[in-house]
Write a protein that binds this ligand. Sequence first.
Ligand SMILES: Cc1cc2nc3c(=O)[nH]c(=O)nc-3n(C[C@H](O)[C@H](O)[C@H](O)COP(=O)(O)O)c2cc1C
Length: 211
Amino acid sequence: MTSADTPRVLHVVGSPRGEASVSTRVARAFLDAYAQTRPGHEVTTLDVWTADLPRFDGDLAIAKLAPLVGETRTPQQEAGWARVERVVADFARHDKIVISAPMWNFGLPWELKHYIDLLVQPGLSFGMNEALEHVGLLADRPVQLVLTRSSPLPEGSPEDFQLPYLRHILGFIGLHDVRSLVVEGTTLRPAAREELVAKHCDRARAAAADF
Ligand SMILES: Cc1cc2nc3c(=O)[nH]c(=O)nc-3n(C[C@H](O)[C@H](O)[C@H](O)COP(=O)(O)O)c2cc1C
């Protein structure tokens, strides 16, 4: 099925709660509806909690900044950096991105933030123009966010470090076509929760038509 021009969709799973995850379930409804109308498209899942990702540690933080400050990476840092390059290249080869994630302490779960720390790299996903302004280096492509949280927050709330952060960091690397589907009030007893999930799965299926 895979060919050079087969459209590729990447689903980045940000919740570690497996089948219990509302964000993953709603994102899957989105992707199932998407796949039904685009049977040739390839959909790949990257669960940031189980994927074999390099750990963005001190060596990688040094490797990230080394070229900017005229330092040479050690062989170990070069080897680590090669793994980071592969993470960015793998993300970049997808034509469309779906990110599903809960709010954790007003922001993102740490493994998803860690994945972002791997993706956002000078010379790979962002750079500088002649006016020394940051520019995203990735080609723009549609991104669908499926975000969950227990407590409803008004749009634009200063307490929301989930949706605005994702919009900002994706824009920083060049991705501006960001759509969002937010599911709030998820801490419910099972019957009410299933009703909420079913309602938002319907919204997700409708949104998939334009993705
Ligand atoms: C560690 C942790 C921190 C959380 N922090 C928040 C929060 O700051 N605001 C909020 O509204 N809900 C918070 N929640 C609730 C989750 O966002 C909510 O249960 C969400 O629906 C879980 O999504 P999931 O089922 O996809 O994992 C938190 C949950 C956990 C486990």
